[in-house]
Design a protein around this ligand. Structure first.
Ligand code: ZN
Length: 457
């Protein structure tokens, strides 16, 4: 291949090729040396602690969870599992209750490990990598960060087992709080106002419902092409306190805390999640006003009625978008006149003059049927939502007028991990990974320590 033509003439002395140092810095080498030297010692130390723990459990027959009788020892087998420092072993006894036919392996339950599988801290760390990066990249990070060789499929498996545990917990919590007898956090210190918002988008789903299984020596059939329209709605809900909104620099608003919920599902499902989270936080007391910010989609307002004290706000930017549509039709795209016209409407809406704006729109005499239709739609939209457009009041009360926080949260939960090029999700895979991602973004990752990994075939 010929060299590309350079814009400037080359200097007379040819440039030197950039060089790398012969060796990494000495300190880096020392660190790695110690790691290699002590990893086997860590494994040995861990193994001896496991042995000591196993000794304390040995010989005590568990009680049958169904009939309450002591269970009988069936057999004892050597079992191993994978941890960060290497493979660990233990002799594990299986107990059985003959009449009830239930079986258990108490040592495995107490250790919280699964035979043959990645367990403990390594499992959590690998799931964490899968939560932030696509599986092949997560596998590479596992090597770079943890010195662990694992395939993308291996990462996928760990993420499924922990993700199922997290998703199951979130589902159960949502079902629990849907019952009127559930107990929420105390509400004596409930805030006077809570802001709630919901956003959604669609996820590309896999066409096949089952994973393909390969038999020895057999070639897998090719995947069917992705059909058009195979999408599922995924929704994110956000809860925050207006009192915790801060403005670190002029015009740059952010919130100190926010709680996110998410689900692959319908409007009722996301509101059940939001409600459960509010109950867990103790954020809705007898006098709390729930501020609901929406884009005008009817399903949000329909569910909002579940809150006795509420304030519904139509997102300011959505309100303006509708004005833009008409303005561009009337004055032409990108025209300064359209700009001015919308700016005026924005100013009036912001100061609470929605009725004046509607009256003004009604005096406009459109020249074409298309314009007339667009104007009627705008008037209808503003009239329908006028009660949700008292922006001067919302600003005075500190409620905010936009759904920016919700939209950015949704992008962080979903887009950043689930909507990369060519990604297709299974229902279960998306549900599990969403649950893990939520733990991370809600700063609740340590909850995984207290969830039992779900054994999946
Ligand atoms: Zn029994």
């Amino acid at each position: 291949m010929s060299q590309p033509q350079l814009a400037r003439p080359e200097p007379e002395i040819p440039p030197a090729r950039p060089v790398l140092a012969d060796d990494p810095p000495r300190f880096l080498l020392l660190e790695r040396e110690v790691e290699i030297e002590y990893r086997p010692q860590m494994l040995a130390a861990l193994q001896s602690k496991v042995d000591a723990f196993a000794a304390t459990v040995r010989g005590t027959a568990p009680v049958c969870p169904q009939c309450g009788h002591p269970m009988r020892c069936q057999d004892t087998r050597e079992i191993s599992w994978q941890a960060r420092s290497g493979r660990l072993h233990a002799a594990v006894s299986r107990y059985r209750c003959p009449p009830c036919r239930c079986e258990c392996r108490p040592l495995l339950d107490l250790l919280g490990v699964e035979p043959g599988r990645i367990s403990g801290a390594l499992a959590r760390l690998l799931a964490l990598l899968a939560t932030v990066a696509p599986y092949p990249l997560a596998a590479r990070l596992a090597w770079l960060l943890l010195g662990v060789t694992i395939s993308p499929m291996g990462i996928w498996r760990v993420a499924q087992r922990l993700g199922e545990a997290a998703a199951h917990h979130a589902d159960a919590l949502s079902r629990y709080h849907a019952d009127s007898r559930s107990i929420g956090a105390p509400t004596q210190t409930a805030p006077s106002t809570v802001v709630l918002g919901v956003d959604g988008c669609s996820l590309g789903m896999q066409v096949r419902s089952n994973r393909r299984h390969r038999k020895a020596g057999e070639k897998l059939p090719p995947l069917p092409p992705v059909e058009e329209g195979r999408f599922r709605e995924v929704k994110t809900g956000v809860l925050l306190l207006p009192s915790e909104r801060v403005e670190p620099s002029p015009g740059r608003r952010s919130v100190v805390r926010r709680f996110l919920v998410t689900c692959l599902g319908d409007a009722d499902a996301i509101f059940a999640r939001l409600y459960a989270q509010l109950r867990e936080l103790g954020w809705v007391g007898a006098h709390t006003v729930v501020v609901i910010v929406g884009d005008g989609a009817e399903w949000i307002w329909n569910r909002a009625s579940m809150f006795v004290h509420r304030c519904e706000i139509l997102d300011f930017w959505h309100a303006l978008e509708h004005a833009w549509e008409f303005a561009q039709l009337r004055y032409g795209q990108g025209s300064a006149q359209a700009d001015r016209w919308v700016h005026e409407i924005a100013e009036d809406l912001r100061t609470g003059k929605v009725q004046e704006v509607i009256a003004r729109l009604k005096r406009v005499r459109p020249k074409t049927p298309e314009l007339r239709e667009s104007l009627q739609a705008l008037i209808h939209y503003y009239s329908e939502n006028a009660g949700r457009m008292r922006y001067d009041e919302y600003l005075r009360l500190g409620y905010g007028i936009g759904s920016g926080a919700v939209e950015s949260a949704h992008k962080q939960v979903v887009h950043a991990r689930f909507r990369q090029a060519g990604m297709r999700w299974s229902e279960a895979g998306a549900r599990r990974l969403l649950a893990l991602r939520l733990l991370l973004l809600n700063d609740n990752w340590s909850m995984l320590d207290r969830l039992r990994m779900v054994s999946l075939a």
